[in-house]
Design a protein around this ligand. Structure first.
Ligand code: CP3
Length: 347
């Protein structure tokens, strides 16, 4: 049983710095593309046997210290009653939520009834992994999820989202209350099904000035984490919560108040500087630039050393990229990265 990841989340001593890679289950792996060639993305998410298989692929191939269940942050949008599809090369498409009528039609779903396939995937994975590495569950943060729901997909400047926030704050709040309740129940269901850590992805949190981030994004995350912690306490459980925000550098003092056990840091700030601003006695995850995997191997190794050195000033460090691995990355470079982290951090 490899428990370095869970130990590091708790700030306990470990024999090496654990490492996993955001988006480790995905298109850079030929074995993922082989399955994806036969099934569309949503079918893969909704078929526990397929989702479990692609979750384990990077564990086998990369020797990472944690598995992250294969799914997507937009699964709950469909469960709330919104149409969702993934178009080839266009990313996610949703029917935009922009007025009160549409918000009123959304509901807070029972996760087992509407997203049972995710919990089935987790239950299957716990059996198949059999303690080999811990399993991470996840959800999008309410704000990041809401941007897709409001924009109807990916966006450049989030105009419709900010228009709703600035011009109809009451509507935004009533919408966010539903999204927040959905995500809270969804994460509880994942933990009850066997997720051993959960990560909340706030990829787009960095599009705000800090005051807007606090009010329109962070406050909902704080509520989720507080609810989760109280619920876990009642069950005698303490599953670590990781909070990842894109464009972290401008928001370090904010994320410090999130209530998370582990702070995910992107690559646009030196890890030791982030740790210092977080107060030092913290657990961080990150933060190599994902495109460093295109450098010559010895240059990548220099950067890995640098991140490990800077990370050593925290109570705990989980090595990761500062954002997801991109599909064009050669798998052998990702394998080499994991090997470097293990070798260079061995105590
Ligand atoms: O990390 C993992 O390996 C677990 C699986 C996972 C996926 N998406 C699979 C996926 C996770 C954790 C996510 C999170 C996610 N999804 C985020 C937050 C993290 C981040 O990367 O910013 C966001 C914003 C999404 C929404 C999403 N899903 C978009 C914008 C897209 C299209 C763009 C893209 O990367 O293709 C997806 C599709 C998606 N999610 C794919 C995968 C493997 C590619 C689908 C395919 O195979 O065609």
């Amino acid at each position: 049983m490899n428990d370095t990841f869970l130990k590091a989340c708790k700030g306990e001593e470990v024999s090496h710095t654990p490492v996993w890679i955001m988006r480790q289950a995905g298109r850079y792996l030929p074995e993922y593309r082989a399955i994806r060639g036969k099934a569309d993305f949503l079918t893969m998410c909704k078929t526990p046997e397929l989702a479990a298989e692609v979750t384990i692929q990077p564990v086998d191939r990369l020797n990472v210290d944690a598995a992250i269940m294969f799914s997507d942050i937009l699964i709950p949008c469909e469960a709330m009653g919104q149409n969702l599809s993934f178009e080839e090369n266009r990313g996610p498409m949703l029917d935009p939520v922009r007025d009160k009528e549409t918000v009123d039609k959304l509901f807070v779903p029972d996760p087992e009834d509407t997203m049972g396939f995710v919990m089935d995937t987790i239950r299957l994975l716990r059996k198949e992994l059999a303690g080999r590495v811990p399993l991470i569950g996840f959800a999008g943060a309410p704000f990041t999820t809401a941007t897709y729901m409001i924009e109807g997909g990916t966006s450049k400047n989030f105009l419709n989202t900010k228009m709703m926030i600035y011009q109809n704050p009451a509507l935004y709040k009533s919408f966010m209350d539903k999204v927040t309740a959905t995500i809270t129940e969804y994460l509880k269901a994942q933990i009850a099904a066997g997720a051993q850590a959960v990560q909340i992805f706030d990829t787009w949190g960095g599009i705000f000035c800090p005051a807007d981030f606090r009010k329109h994004a962070l406050s909902y995350v704080q509520k989720i984490i507080k609810d989760l912690k109280e619920w876990m306490k009642g069950r005698g459980e303490s599953v670590p919560v990781i909070y990842f925000v894109g464009s972290t550098a401008g928001l370090i003092e904010e994320i410090k108040t999130s209530g998370a056990d582990v702070y995910g840091i992107d690559w646009k700030i030196d890890l030791d500087a982030a740790i210092k601003r977080l107060g030092g006695d913290v657990v961080v995850q990150g933060n190599l630039d994902p495109l460093s995997l295109f450098l010559p191997k010895e240059k990548t190794e220099e950067r890995v050393k640098d991140v490990l050195n800077r990370g050593s000033s925290a109570r705990g460090h989980i090595f990761n990229l500062g954002h997801g691995v991109v599909p064009q990355t050669p798998p052998e470079n990702v394998i080499a990265l994991v090997e470097m982290v293990h070798r260079l951090s061995a105590r």
